[in-house]
Ligand binder design. Structure first.
Ligand SMILES: Nc1ncnc2c1ncn2[C@@H]1O[C@H](COP(=O)(O)O)[C@@H](OP(=O)(O)O)[C@H]1O
Ligand SMILES: [Mg+2]
Ligand SMILES: [Mg+2]
Ligand SMILES: [Mg+2]
Length: 352
């Protein structure tokens, strides 16, 4: 039997839950000057920074020897022009860390009343995410807000955490504060956490950790399938997905959604396939954008690969290396989508 990673799972769920409470409360108070534009032109908010500070602080207390591959770094907060943002981030992170202990949480993880951290400690916590990754040993990935553009639109986003050991994802946690608990029962409200442990299945629970429900991807036919895809056309090719859809005889429109909420929805039986093909050359997918989602799909009985059918390689560093896209689906659908992707590629080549 594979390791249960019971403590890792408990710590990861607690960290993601605290970060989710923070990001959802921040959204309602977010003001214009609380968003920066990074070097690659992508947005980052006080929510991203403070959520990474919270998760990293908790990991550092619980697993001090484990390195972290985190999306954000504190460089822009350490300069004079970042002072206002920095103060706000410190306040938000401390609010989230010092909230009352919930069932399953432990004050040794640096959380609970009286556990305020200094500004220096929290900036250092953000910067602990600077690990370069690689194929050996334990490491965590943090995407404090995945789908920042969705977050800013008030739509879907996800707080994402994974544990990778020797290049294999072992634990994945995805918190989706804006996602309906059950799309068919709006009265159940929104806010879910998806959790997977290698060899021990995938589950969904409420943001409070209640109602854990095992997940299994059901079978789909062409008439019930619809692709899950990014909202942002710059992140994955919508037109390529349309082409693959028609080759497969899919009649439903794609479901557009930001963030790894797509993996969560796929794991619980929505859509049936997630296809993310590059829009150009040069962009390399980040490991924190796929590690938690990949284990969730595998533990829900599905398959995740690139468009050649090869598994995603989480041992290459901070990225997945050369970008061959991502295909995720239940086993049978995965095979059919891969075939159609190859056909669509061949058609595009013959037209070129
Ligand atoms: N050109 C590009 N191609 C693919 N992914 C990209 C991209 N530019 C940014 N991204 C990634 O797309 C993620 C969001 O995915 P999605 O489109 O599924 O919501 C972003 O995560 P962040 O929002 O955490 O920065 C970012 O890492
Ligand atoms: Mg980002
Ligand atoms: Mg991301
Ligand atoms: Mg992010």
């Amino acid at each position: 039997m594979s390791l249960t990673f019971a403590t890792e799972k408990q710590v990861a769920v607690a960290a993601v839950r605290r970060a989710c409470l923070l990001t959802s409360s921040v959204f309602n108070k977010l003001v214009k000057n609380e968003t920066l534009t990074k070097g690659d032109k992508s947005p980052v908010t006080v929510g991203d920074y403070s959520a990474q500070a919270v998760i990293s602080t908790i990991l550092q207390h619980a697993f001090p020897a484990d390195p972290i591959v985190g999306e954000e770094d504190a460089a822009d907060l350490r300069v004079d022009s970042g002072a206002n943002l920095r103060d706000r981030i410190i306040t938000l992170a401390n609010e989230a860390l010092t909230g009352e202990l919930e069932l399953g949480e432990n004050s040794e993880w640096g959380i609970g009343p009286g556990q305020e951290k200094t500004a220096a400690e929290l900036l250092d916590a953000i910067d602990r995410g600077n690990h370069s990754g690689g194929s050996t040993g334990r490491m965590w990935t943090i995407d404090p807000i995945d789908g920042t553009k969705g977050f800013l639109r008030g739509e879907q986003y996800a707080v994402c955490l994974s544990l990778i050991v020797n290049a294999q994802v072992q634990v994945g946690v995805i918190g989706c504060p804006n996602l309906p608990v059950n799309p068919e029962k709006p009265e159940f409200g929104q806010g879910c956490i998806f959790v997977a442990v290698r060899g021990h299945g995938a589950e969904q629970m409420s943001l409070s950790g209640a109602h854990p429900t095992p997940l299994r991807i059901p079978a789909f036919t062409s008439s019930t399938l619809s692709f899950l895809e990014s909202v942002e056309a710059a992140h994955s090719s919508h037109s390529f997905n349309d082409q693959v859809s028609s080759l497969l005889g899919i009649t439903h429109s794609p479901i557009r959604m930001d963030s790894q909420a797509k993996y969560g929805c796929l794991a619980r039986g929505e859509g049936g396939a997630y296809l993310r093909m590059p829009t150009g050359v040069g962009y390399q997918e980040k490991i924190w954008d796929h590690a938690p989602g990949a284990i969730l799909i595998e533990e829900a009985g599905g398959v995740v690969s690139d468009s050649r059918g090869d598994p995603l390689n989480f041992g290459l560093g901070r990225t997945l290396g050369e970008n061959y896209g991502v295909v995720a689906a239940g086993k049978d659908v995965h095979r059919r989508v891969l075939d159609a992707v190859q056909k669509a590629r061949a058609e595009a080549k013959s037209k070129a």
